[in-house]
Design a protein around this ligand. Structure first.
Ligand code: AMP
Length: 285
């Protein structure tokens, strides 16, 4: 039987999230010896541990069928791929930053200046699109120190919380792109591997929906059920179960994690009490 070949980052920020996602999908990989390649025990999947920046090439060449990788890397490497699913972790943005005390109005600031980056292609495209002539210094790490040591007047780098910029006396001035980890695939998979990918995608979607959602339970007086239900942005209609206490029910539903704080006040005002919010492992519809 064929196996689907998946590339993940060998080490670095994406690795833990990638392995956690597979584990949450019920797929366990035994790679105690730290090998380049390991097979899943209970799923037709072979995992290749590769250097992050090499993954787009392996994907284009069909050495691997799919990859978990940051969109920023795919865009920078300009290889052939198709994004199958955004995965919701390792969110970051590729931004331009300048010294905190620089007088910055708009990106014409960079005309005739030098910018340090590891993202040469993406930056070049941005500069071209905006008709800016700037000198690009390609460096492979610790880009944020470039202005402090006089190597460049600005930088183009990945930002998530912004604390690295802050610590280096820099301010973010333009966002070139937003990125998160995604599942990308080679454009031409054979049918057997497409089928395995479909099974994997079913599991991944169930996990991602579970991560985004919460199970909500609350006690509601029977005459307020309709009013409370109206406030719930639910999957389908809620489950209503009678409580031992006369005239009261327990209302159960599913709510998006981010929506919860927006509706809590309305739910309370509508008559809901003893509200419980419980994590959901997976949702399959
Ligand atoms: P690294 O582990 O530094 O090789 O980064 C691998 C990937 O993690 C990057 O290509 C991004 O997709 C993602 N990432 C998320 N947040 C950040 C961040 N603040 N700095 C660098 N990379 C990040």
């Amino acid at each position: 039987m064929q196996k689907l070949r998946l590339a993940v980052q060998k080490s670095g920020r994406l690795l833990d999230g990638s392995i956690k996602l597979l584990n949450d999908c019920g797929i366990s990989i035994d790679n105690e010896k730290n090998q380049l390649k390991a097979s899943a025990k209970n799923f037709p999947l072979e995992v290749f541990y590769l250097r992050n920046s090499d993954i787009p090439q392996y994907l284009e060449d069909g050495i691997v069928d799919i990859a978990i990788i940051g969109e920023n890397t795919l865009i920078e490497k300009e290889k052939e791929y198709q994004v199958v699913q955004k995965l919701g972790f390792s969110r970051c943005r590729l931004s331009l930053a300048v010294p905190k005390n620089a007088n910055y109005d708009d990106f014409s600031f960079f005309e005739g200046k030098s910018i340090a980056t590891s993202y040469v292609n993406t930056l070049q495209q941005f500069l071209q699109k905006n008709n800016i002539n700037a000198e690009i210094h390609q460096i492979s790490g610790s880009v944020e120190i470039a202005p402090n040591i006089g190597l460049a007047e600005g930088i183009c780098d990945l930002v998530s919380s912004g604390s690295t910029l802050f610590k280096n006396n820099l301010k973010e001035v333009e966002v070139l792109l937003k990125s998160e980890a995604c599942l990308a695939k080679n454009r031409s998979l054979d049918q057997e591997r497409e089928q395995i990918l479909e099974t994997l995608m079913f599991r991944i979607k169930a996990v991602l929906r579970g991560r985004k959602s919460r199970y909500i339970l609350m006690n509601v007086p029977n005459d307020k059920i309709e009013l409370v239900t109206k406030q719930l942005p639910v999957l389908e209609s809620p489950t209503v179960l009678p409580l031992a206490k006369e005239g009261w029910s327990s209302v159960h539903s599913v709510i998006e994690k981010d929506q919860f704080w927006e509706v809590i006040d309305e739910l309370k005002a509508a008559g809901a009490k003893d509200i419980l919010i419980v994590p959901i492992e997976k949702i399959m519809t």
